[in-house]
Design a protein around this ligand. Structure first.
Ligand code: ZN
Length: 228
């Protein structure tokens, strides 16, 4: 008997990247699939007093109506730039027929949805939501060492769709991903700071709290330089 409801955790981008890192050795993502929900809209999300219900409504539609076994996507980016968990990252997504790589070998695309109707004249992909979408795309291709060509909009796989929205220009989106990477620190500089300054401080630290803080700072540098 099917469960009536499933709960989903909500992450900040930084929390989600830490979560993703724990999956690098467990699953091999081959592509990033970018979707917009169309419905629910940003307005629907704004109106909802319990935001979780918006995610649960998608889950219910995908499981009960579409019979996809779970919510289709691995992650959902809300209009405030938070990332809601979706189906297990170990499972292939229900992204686009023929492109899901659904054999149970833990080799498949990563799929995310951005809440909103991003067709021309409708809602706008902007601000924190756009920033998280760009950063998440970059995080996946960096952690799984994918070329840019493996970033796919839904409409590239199914030309009958405008998804993620006819107002979302692929070239502009890719340029933002590139700009985000290039704006960051070089791995060489980050590693120089870590080995010259942070490692000696770590060995000299007298408490666990000091060592934890140094470890955190080193990881921030690794993230900023695209190594994590
Ligand atoms: Zn789509």
């Amino acid at each position: 008997m099917a469960v009536e409801r499933k709960n989903f955790r909500r992450f900040t981008f930084a929390e989600y990247v830490e979560y993703l890192q724990t999956f690098v050795s467990k699953v091999k993502f081959t592509q990033v699939h970018v979707h917009g929900t169309w419905k629910p809209t940003i307005a629907d999300y704004r109106k909802a007093t319990d935001k979780m219900k918006i995610i649960q409504a998608m889950w219910r539609f995908h499981t009960v109506t579409n019979n996809w076994g779970d919510i289709a996507q691995h992650a959902t980016i809300d209009p405030d730039g938070y990332i809601w968990e979706g189906r297990s990252l170990l499972e292939a997504p229900a992204s686009s027929v023929g492109y899901n790589d659904s054999s149970p070998d833990r080799i498949h695309p990563f799929m995310f949805e951005m809440i909103g109707n991003f067709d021309v004249g409708a809602e706008k992909l902007e601000g924190a939501q756009l920033a998280t979408s760009v950063k998440l795309t970059n995080a996946i291709i960096t952690l799984w060492k994918l070329p840019e060509a493996q970033i796919k909009f839904h409409r590239e796989m199914n030309p009958a769709k405008t998804c993620p929205g006819s107002a979302v220009n692929k070239g502009v989106f890719i340029q933002l991903v590139r700009d985000w990477r290039n704006a960051e620190m070089s791995p060489a500089d980050a590693n120089k700071i870590i080995s010259t300054w942070l490692s000696p401080a770590w060995f000299a630290a007298s408490t666990k709290a000091e060592r934890d803080e140094i470890h955190r700072l080193a990881n921030e540098l690794r993230k900023a330089s695209g190594q994590l």
